[in-house]
Write a protein that binds this ligand. Structure first.
Ligand code: GAP
Length: 458
């Protein structure tokens, strides 16, 4: 579907080769839909979260942060509708022993729907396929709190971070002293017993979510819903995702979750086809009403001065950290031939790149160059994420940095020893500029603050 050079296999391979993401429990044969994040994966994921928190909390006056527990009182999930309704309709194939989402079987958009037999067809397409009737399968992971089996309590690992926000509405509203519209943002792990193919880190058993619940006067809900769809769409563009690969898709009435009166997905054109990247839902008064009824605590907004009170409606933008990271990697991935050599480059937004600058002595064995380079590295590392590398030919060192998306290469060469200037190499244009070594820190800071647009063709 995609016309890019990128495929999911190439992203998987780069991720492993450069230490972004590893299959989990690999030495034991791996665990499906589980991944571990290596050094650059951690840095990239942290940058995605930082950019989200910046846009949602730091740059605004109307949103505050929260970090709630992963294990909540089990009644939270009864009230929220997850115990009865958070399930996928699944069919099993008795022949190939695979499981498929019943509602995706006939949908050509879902390219991942492949039968386990070779040559692979869509499930149900060959006479061998022997599918069961659809059965509902709850996605929540259950565990037990308490030392003793008999007295313990069944609890769930949260399948979304949102409920931790709703049950803290009163605490936060009182302390933040804010009148709706205001929001509460949370970044944290969520767990789902996903049994359909994961497509690398697109869909995993555990993942991180960045969710924000925006509480508004009921008559303003529709207006704020449209505002957040627009705002969130622009966030992905701001960090370089190509507009040609993004779209907003409003849900059909029969797709809406049990709590939603309107949802739009921001979709990205992944190598597996157009798929959900982020969801923005108008949850109405569903959650605050449910928790008010189940807990007996009124979760309404009350003006301490005038006594005015109402039950706010909620608009929720919800994005997966890991899926967002995958999007940035897929969108940034590029291959090109430079001087008869192929290079793979991650054209990441500099503010997302795991390493901002590499400090490289041109000749790794030249003591004077190494000394200057180390001194520069020591100065820069106190301010930004930088890497020092003196190992091997300079071309190979550049290519390694290109693959992890480092936007700037600072090279110390013969001329540095004469006049204290270095070259700054731009990852995308490959242009080199000479600057004074003393100005390197300011230069990197300026480059990072500059507006940035992906050089990739749409
Ligand atoms: N509170 C609403 C909610 O959780 P969702 O659409 O189920 O809505 C929000 O999840 C986002 O979380 C998705 O758009 C996706 O980015 C991410 N996400 C959901 N399930 C995931 C999974 N199994 N693996 C990775 N990311 C997932």
């Amino acid at each position: 579907m995609s016309t890019d050079a990128v495929t999911m296999d190439k992203i998987v391979s780069l991720s492993k080769r450069r230490g972004f993401v590893f299959p989990s429990s690999e030495i034991y044969g791996g665990l499906g839909s589980s991944y571990d994040y290596g050094h650059y994966g951690v840095l990239l994921k942290d940058n995605v979260k930082a950019r989200w928190l910046e846009a949602m909390v730091r740059e605004r006056d109307d949103i505050v942060a929260l970090d709630s527990s992963i294990i909540l009182h089990p009644r939270v999930w009864e009230a929220s509708g997850h115990v009865s309704g958070f399930s996928d309709p699944l069919v099993d194939c008795r022949t190939c022993k695979q499981r498929f989402r019943a509602d995706h079987l006939a949908d050509p958009e879902h390219e991942e729907m492949r039968c386990g037999k070779r040559p692979s067809k869509r499930p149900g397409e060959t006479p061998d396929c022997d599918l069961t009737e659809p059965r509902q399968f709850n996605l929540m992971f259950q565990t037990r709190v308490g030392a003793l089996e008999e007295t313990g309590v069944d609890v769930y690992l949260r399948p979304e971070t949102a409920q931790g926000i709703f049950i803290n509405f009163k605490n936060v509203a009182q302390i933040a002293r804010r009148k709706p519209p205001f929001g509460i943002a949370q970044v944290g792990k969520a767990f789902r017993n996903e049994i359909t193919p994961g497509n690398f880190i697109f869909r995993t058993l555990e993942f991180e979510q960045m969710e924000m619940e925006y509480f508004v006067p009921p008559d303003e809900a529709e207006e704020w819903y449209r505002y957040w769809v627009d705002e969130r769409y622009r966030w992905h563009l701001r960090y370089g995702v190509r507009e040609s690969h993004l779209r907003v898709r409003p849900h059909e009435a029969d797709e809406l979750s049990h709590y939603s009166s309107g949802t739009s997905d921001i979709e990205y054109l992944f190598p597996i086809g157009w798929s959900e990247l982020e969801g923005i839902a108008n949850r109405g008064a569903f959650d605050l009403t449910q928790h008010t009824e189940a807990s007996g605590t009124k979760l309404e907004w009350v003006d301490a001065g005038t006594g005015e009170r109402f039950l706010p409606h909620v608009i929720e933008p919800a994005l997966g950290v890991n899926r967002s990271m995958l999007t940035f990697m897929v969108d940034a991935y590029d291959e090109e031939v430079v001087g008869e050599r192929e290079r793979t480059v991650l054209r990441l937004h500099p503010q997302l790149a795991p390493v901002k600058a590499a400090v490289l002595p041109l000749i790794g064995k030249d003591t004077a160059m190494v000394e200057k380079a180390r001194a520069l590295y020591e100065e820069l590392r106190r301010h930004v994420s930088v890497e020092y590398d003196d190992n091997g030919a300079i071309g190979r060192r550049y290519r390694r940095q290109d693959e992890i998306g480092t936007p700037f290469g600072l090279t110390i060469d013969e001329q540095t020893l004469e006049d204290d200037t270095i070259t700054v190499r731009d990852r995308d244009s490959l242009e080199q500029e000479r600057i004074s070594i003393g100005g390197a820190r300011t230069k990197v800071a300026e480059l990072l603050a500059d507006d940035w647009k992906t050089p990739k063709a749409s």
